[in-house]
Design a protein around this ligand. Structure first.
Ligand SMILES: C[S@@+](CC[C@H](N)C(=O)[O-])C[C@H]1O[C@@H](n2cnc3c(N)ncnc32)[C@H](O)[C@@H]1O
Length: 233
């Protein structure tokens, strides 16, 4: 596994053509939607990003780079638990059709705001970047799971085990999946628990296409991140 220094260099290198512009718009959107700091409805998760220079988290940058370099053979890329939809919107700025699903009304308001700003920059952006206020799993008009890539990264659930199980079960019908097995459910499971979460996807008939990112850090109490791209075998 890579050291943190190697990872920082890798995250910094993960650039796509539209990333700087979208990242700056995301930071502006966070600023507009956290007038009361961390107490605002979109939450501390976003507020802390204002202390840095990037509107996009490192794993979103790595995922976007992987997909721009190796476009998946799907019609739509769907993110379940999209937050401010920064990743799907970056992907739409790069030319992909995307859909963001988000259940938090404060985040959804920020999504619509950001969508408006990016539509003014990129022609046809609104046609390529859809946003859906709701709870995943759910049916979405025009989205055929057999022709869709589903992304779920950092959900940081305050959910019951039953809700988590429903979320994972709902992921399984999709042609391809990108998932952070360290942060999807059970709030930052320890690396020793990652194989059990990976096993859920392998047992459901997926094969690993590639590991987009894998790291552990003592600063996270030996937690970390492991983002895997799966496809139906
Ligand atoms: C911590 S944020 C992360 C956002 C983004 N995916 C990222 O990794 O930066 C997780 C978001 O997922 C949303 N969420 C969690 N479970 C969801 C579900 N079942 N359906 C829709 N949204 C969900 C939460 O409301 C929250 O805004």
């Amino acid at each position: 596994m890579k050291s943190l220094t190697e990872l920082l260099a890798e995250w910094d290198k993960a650039r796509t053509p539209q990333m700087a512009k979208v990242s700056a718009e995301v930071l502006e959107a966070i600023r507009r939607h956290t007038p009361d700091g961390a107490q605002s409805g979109i939450g501390n998760y976003y507020f802390v990003r204002l202390g840095g220079t990037e509107g996009l988290p490192h794993y979103a940058r790595l995922i976007a780079k992987a997909l721009v370099d190796n476009p998946p053979d799907v019609d739509v890329i769907l993110e379940a638990g999209a937050g401010l939809a920064e990743l799907p919107f970056l992907l739409s700025a790069e030319g992909f059709s995307t859909c963001a699903i988000e259940r938090n009304p404060y985040c959804f308001k920020a999504i619509e705001d950001l969508r408006g700003k990016l539509s003014a920059i990129y022609p046809d952006f609104a046609d390529r970047a859809r946003a859906y206020f709701g709870v995943f799993p759910c049916d979405i008009e025009g989205v055929d799971p057999a022709r869709t890539m589903l992304i779920s990264t950092c959900l940081m659930f305050t959910s019951t085990q039953e809700q988590e199980d429903r979320h994972i079960e709902g992921m399984m019908g999709y042609h391809s999946i990108i998932v952070d097995v360290a942060r999807l459910v059970r709030f930052r499971p320890h690396p020793k628990d990652w194989p059990a979460i990976e096993r859920l996807f392998l047992d459901a008939g997926y094969r690993e296409v590639r590991v987009i990112q894998e790291y552990t850090s003592a600063r996270l109490g030996d937690g970390g991140g492991k983002v895997i791209w799966y496809e139906k075998a």
